[in-house]
Design a protein around this ligand. Structure first.
Ligand code: SF4
Length: 428
């Protein structure tokens, strides 16, 4: 049996205190509505009603375009010029849309009203609308609201806003109840099942938030210990801490090293000896390590540049540099949450150029000057950069694909090696 990989800080002390380039210019990032695509797949009896414009409807339909549902679980209530006659009209229209929807779809247990950018929507008080509609449909449906507006949120912040809105509705877990682990952040069902099995084998009682059914919301309180599964959940974390839950500091479960450290944080908190962790995870670790060695042959020594997009950039950069030998040219992220990344930053090579926020033209200049082997960026930048001869990886795929845990480590590496292989074929 191979020993559990010890988590060593970067030999040179890591990036914990490295100065960060902060930019506040024009951004090229999706808005938080995008989160609906993976959230509606996760909470299977919830419905997401975007209160927005035709642009919003177009965005979520095209982002979700590959998925065909007999009964989709998201829609857009279009509040446009016609509703400017008065806010009362817009509220009446919204109530009418919701009533018709809930009459047609008795399977809906939870309805999210998702705010957006248009000024007509900003004038609507969606929290009051949610309260009003919750009362009207009580006890069959709970109506909540959050903002996915591009003015307030980027790409993955929509999930943070959604989960933070859910926290006040979670049942109370008494302080004297035995400690329970809460894994926070949407994971693909397959990944959740793998982690649930591992925690069970470790003897750690674990729940997942969000759950697959709105009626199965986990209780939280001072006996809750949290492991974040996603790094973009700062507001949700604060809200859960406000309910007394305690975060277990850990890197994120990307790659063999990250997954091991993440599980080890839970083992330490629940008094599970490391030998047990070793025994439970040995086979999966060995498989993943062998598969990663094959990927390292393609990725080792390659230079990578991250544009800010998903907030996954720092954990991904850590995985790619430490387990696959890639060189980090620049790691941009929309928001660098030092608290959430406290166990990630020290694992980056010292001096890794970190950038928070964006001034897209300046960042494009730096990228062109550096000529990296691979650029991770949003869809809007990928095509122009490819046209300039660069090899790109769409950041959005990293959020839509199951990438956490041992069994997905090689798939995650392959997401980066595939565009390089494609480029080589094109050049041959
Ligand atoms: Fe709608 Fe604003 Fe997102 Fe555009 S940026 S799709 S208007 S919420």
């Amino acid at each position: 049996m191979s020993p559990v990989i010890p988590i060593r800080a970067a030999a040179d002390g890591g990036c914990g205190d490295t100065p960060v380039l902060r930019e506040r210019g024009q951004r090229e990032v999706f808005c938080g509505l995008t989160g609906i695509i993976w959230l509606h797949r996760k909470i299977q009896d919830a419905f997401f009603l975007v209160v927005g414009s035709r642009t919003c409807a177009h965005l979520i339909q095209s982002a979700a375009g590959v998925m065909i549902f007999a009964e989709p679980r998201f829609a857009t209530a279009i509040i446009d010029e016609r509703d400017l006659a008065g806010l009362a009209d817009a509220n009446t229209e919204l109530d009418r849309v919701v009533t018709r929807l809930l009459e047609r779809r008795p399977d809906i247990q939870m309805l999210f009203l998702v705010g957006s950018c248009p000024s007509e929507v900003i004038k609507l008080d969606l929290s009051r609308a949610a309260e009003r509609l919750s009362q009207r449909f009580h006890p069959d449906v709970r109506v909540l609201n959050y903002s996915g507006s591009g003015i307030e949120t980027t790409f993955t912040q929509g999930e943070d806003a959604c989960l933070a809105a859910l926290v006040p509705t979670l049942p109370v877990r008494p302080a004297e109840a035995p400690a329970e682990l809460l894994v926070v952040g949407t994971l693909a069902d397959m990944v959740e099942d793998q982690f649930a099995r591992t925690f069970e084998q470790l003897g750690i009682p674990a729940r997942f938030f969000p759950p697959r059914q709105a009626r199965e919301m986990p209780a939280v309180g001072p006996s809750t210990r949290m492991l974040l599964a996603q790094p973009f959940l700062g507001d949700t974390l604060r809200a859960l801490e406000g309910r007394g839950a305690q975060r277990l500091p850990a890197p994120f479960p990307l790659g063999v090293e990250g997954t091991t450290a993440w599980l080890a944080a839970a083992c330490d908190a629940f008094g599970v000896p490391r030998e047990k962790l070793e025994a439970v995870t040995a086979a999966a670790r060995e498989r993943a390590t062998a598969a990663l060695a094959r990927q390292r042959a393609h990725l080792g020594g390659k230079r990578i540049f991250f544009f800010p997009d998903s907030q996954l950039e720092v954990p991904l950069a850590r995985f790619l540099s430490r387990e696959l030998g890639m060189e980090l040219v620049e790691v941009g992220t929309p928001y660098l949450h030092r608290g959430v990344l406290d166990r990630e930053l020290p694992l980056l090579p010292a001096g890794t150029p970190l950038a928070e926020g964006q001034d897209v033209e300046k960042q494009l200049d730096r990228c062109r000057a550096a000529q990296p082997d691979l650029v991770v960026c949003g869809l809007g930048l990928a095509n122009p950069l490819e046209a300039e001869g660069m090899t790109t990886k769409w950041a959005i795929e990293l959020v839509f694909t199951p990438i956490q845990g041992y069994d997905q480590a090689a798939d995650l590496a392959e997401l980066f090696s595939r565009p390089l292989a494609r480029r080589m074929k094109l050049a041959a």
